[in-house]
Design a protein around this ligand. Sequence first.
Ligand code: HEC
Length: 142
Amino acid sequence: MQTFRVLAILFFVGLFILAYAIWGRAGRDTSAAPVEPPPLVPVAQLTELKPVKNIELQYHQPDLPPGPGHDVFAAECVVCHSPRYVVDQPAFPRKEWTAVVHKMVEGYGANLTPDQEKETVNYLVYWHGKEDAPPASAENAR
Ligand code: HEC
């Protein structure tokens, strides 16, 4: 009788352990439903959603009117800077343009022969300059 009781207790204890193991496993099963990644948006649509700002800068490149010495100017004088350097200046007399052109050659290394320098000065006087005032004549001075 004693043995039967012990076996019965062991049986119920075993049953309890088994039930707890099965229930415990089910309870611990925390594997949640897989998280859905956010839907992929094509790159093209990203830019549609957030349009890139467009800034248009004004760009003014002066036209080089045809004239004597145009070709030398167009070939040699816009290598380092735009022709705006010329139109931004006052309409210099020939003497001043001669000095500027010579400064470009001597000072900054523009690649012009003396003849080309003269041609360029002609062009600058024609395009954006004026002839030197005639020297005060001896008659006027008197
Ligand atoms: C090797 C480069 C170079 C070449 C080629 C060149 N320049 Fe310049 N130019 C300069 C530099 C550098 C300056 C000065 C820029 C500054 O001070 O901001 C300048 C300035 C000027 C200016 C502004 C006024 C001044 O006196 O500084 C004028 C006008 C000018 N150049 C005209 C010409 C002409 C005309 C030619 C063709 C004969 C020419 N440049 C060729 C480099 C050059």
